[in-house]
Design a protein around this ligand. Structure first.
Ligand code: UN1
Length: 590
């Protein structure tokens, strides 16, 4: 309530310190308030001190691009889950963070449990992450820094003997695909917003527009024309669409990239820089044509949009190439063909999918936000699982028994355990019943929009066990969540003796785990074993993989269970159901 009442004060700071436009500053305050209300409501509805135990002390390291919203979101979640918080805002935006903390304290948050620690990442951030008393870290920023944090955390365990949770939300290489049934003027409007709002400084921002070649010339011509309507300028002027980028250094990096692409022969269309912008850190909205997804290097965090043409018969290949970047954050699709929506949304890896609309501005509780792979660890911010990652124990895991699907491989596995008289039969049976596989929810949203939230298998789960019983439980958990189990060569392999072919498709063995890829890890073991594997995982290139560890005795005595929801990945799909127009004749052919 206080933040809403003092919106003007907060906006002024956001505009001054982060260079955000007036409309974006309003959006920031609204999102911060949404996070506060959403997490508070969740806690009031279902948390008690008996059933939900906090981690202890949580470090929040937040970015400059949402200096109030993401800062407040992290802090609110950590506090709501019952933790004390050490908040380190981005170096570029300490004032807005200070204001937010002052308001939280004024509103009644006890002084002892929330502390602001502004300063550079290399000193303050590093010291916080390294400290044994930090029991969890929430981080939004670059993939590289997330990996450094993971390496630091791998060296220790929490007092409860568990890995220190890291919730990392990192970059994206976000694409929007428009086919020939789409409405060109709608594509152009949504693309301009997605690529250039906030001067492209959102993780969710559009980086690659993929146009079916039949409509590419027309859409591109309109896009380049519409670009000239954008007004670049001071963020405190209401008419401004695109403000400056965050710093002179950022400007130099982005401008250097554009120059290099131009020099490499790519067609570049760029808005001229108006006179009033000569002295700021402005990068004009820029469109660069490319021929293949592979021509993209890392994420360019600014108002730069790449455009690519594709042939209809290569749509599937294109989706695979987008997935092949390793990022999986946001994705957009413009089409009027239901079958294409079905096919593409099924295949694309992104965590947030948007159909016939723009791809930015995820709303708390409506489009829970976050991705997988190089884009982050999950859980999604503003979603139902987020608070649970900030707890050390919960007696009633979310979505237990909410699954609509039973994986057939899990049934076969249960039959095999039964036939062999294994002790793990009862647990395996319970795991199958509790698995949230196939869980789908419709989330509330405005008229004309349909928002679904669902859980999908992660892919491959590495199982590292010391006892046959432990391995049987791990395989049960992997299969019941629709994943494949990859059994580490160090585990008791007798469990896999004479696997029937139907199961062998879902369970494989990795003699050396160094050379296989996997999406989650289940470990049977404590302290040293855990730290050793965590260190090994942190040294691997690629995405941050989350590990769950349970000691042999706790597993054998049934005191602890692997958390099934962490073996699934969350997905938000937002569909503009009011999208009209487009190529109607293609609709009937489709
Ligand atoms: C980010 O840029 O780090 O969907 C996150 C959006 C915002 C979140 C962006 N709600 O654009």
């Amino acid at each position: 309530d206080m933040m809403e009442a003092r919106m003007a004060v907060l906006m002024a700071l956001i505009i001054r310190e982060a260079g955000k436009s007036c409309a974006n500053a309003v959006g920031e305050v609204r999102e911060a308030v949404d996070f506060l209300r959403y997490y508070a409501a969740q806690v009031e509805r279902s948390f008690t001190n008996e059933t939900h135990r906090p981690l202890g002390c949580v470090v929040c390291i937040s970015p400059w691009n949402f200096p109030l919203a993401i800062f407040t979101g992290q802090v609110a979640a950590a506090l709501a889950a019952g933790n004390a918080v050490l908040a380190k805002p981005a170096e570029e935006t300490p004032l807005i963070a200070a204001k937010a903390v002052a308001m939280l304290l004024e509103a009644g948050v006890p002084h002892g449990v929330l502390h602001l620690l502004p300063g550079p990442g290399a000193s303050v951030g590093h010291a916080l992450v390294k400290d044994r008393r930090a029991n969890g870290v929430m981080f939004t920023g670059s993939t590289e820094v997330a990996r450094l944090i993971q390496r630091e955390l791998a060296a220790r365990t929490n007092p409860d003997g568990k890995p220190v949770p890291l919730v990392a939300e990192t970059g994206g290489q976000n694409a929007l695909v428009a086919d020939s049934s789409a409405l060109p003027e709608q594509v152009v409007g949504d693309v301009l917003q997605s690529a250039f709002d906030s001067a492209g400084q959102r993780c969710s921002a559009l980086r690659v527009l993929c146009l079916q070649d039949d409509i590419a010339d027309e859409v591109l011509a309109r896009l380049n024309e519409a670009l000239t309507e954008l007004s670049l300028g001071r963020p405190d002027e209401l008419a401004t669409d695109v403000g400056p980028v965050i710093s002179a250094e950022a400007m130099k990096t982005i401008a250097g990239y554009i120059d290099a692409m131009r020099a490499a022969g790519h067609a570049v269309t760029q808005l001229p820089v108006p006179d009033g912008c000569a002295h700021g850190t402005f990068v004009p909205p820029t469109v660069i044509e490319i021929n293949a997804v592979a021509e993209l290097s890392g994420e360019v965090f600014g108002p730069v949009l790449h455009v690519l043409r594709f042939r209809r018969d290569r749509l599937e290949r294109l989706i695979d190439e987008i997935n092949g970047t390793g990022y999986a954050l946001t994705f957009g699709l413009h089409t009027r063909i239901d079958e294409t929506i079905e096919r593409v949304t099924r295949r694309i890896a992104a965590g947030n999918v948007y159909v016939n609309r723009n791809i930015i501005g995820a709303v708390v509780g409506v489009q829970p936000f976050g991705g997988h792979g190089l884009s982050g660890t999950g859980p999604k911010a503003g979603g139902p699982l987020y608070l649970h990652r900030l707890l050390s124990a919960v007696s009633d895991p979310p979505f237990a028994g909410a699954g609509r699907q039973v994986a057939s491989a899990a049934r076969l596995w249960l039959d095999r355990l039964t036939a062999s008289g294994s002790r793990a039969v009862a647990i395996c049976d319970e795991i199958i019943r509790m698995s949230p596989l196939g869980m789908v929810q419709e989330l509330p949203g405005p008229v004309g929009e349909r928002n679904r939230y669902l859980l999908r298998p992660r892919g491959d789960v590495l199982c590292v066990a010391v006892t046959p019983f432990g391995l049987e439980v791990q395989i049960s958990a992997a299969l019941a969540t629709g994943n494949r189990a990859i059994v580490d060569g160090s585990s008791p392999l007798s469990v896999l003796h004479a696997l029937p072919v139907e199961l062998a498709e879902h369970i494989s063995m990795a003699r050396s785990r160094a050379h296989v890829r996997f999406d989650a890890v289940l470990l049977e073991g404590d302290g040293d074993v855990q730290r050793q594997l965590a260190g090994e995982l942190a040294a691997r290139p690629g995405p941050i993989v989350v590990m769950q560890a349970i000691a042999s005795d706790a597993l054998a005595e049934g005191r602890e269970r692997y958390r099934l929801e962490w073996l699934l990945k969350e997905r938000s799909i937002s569909i503009n159901t009011a999208a009209a127009g487009g190529n109607a004749s293609l609709m009937s052919i489709g």
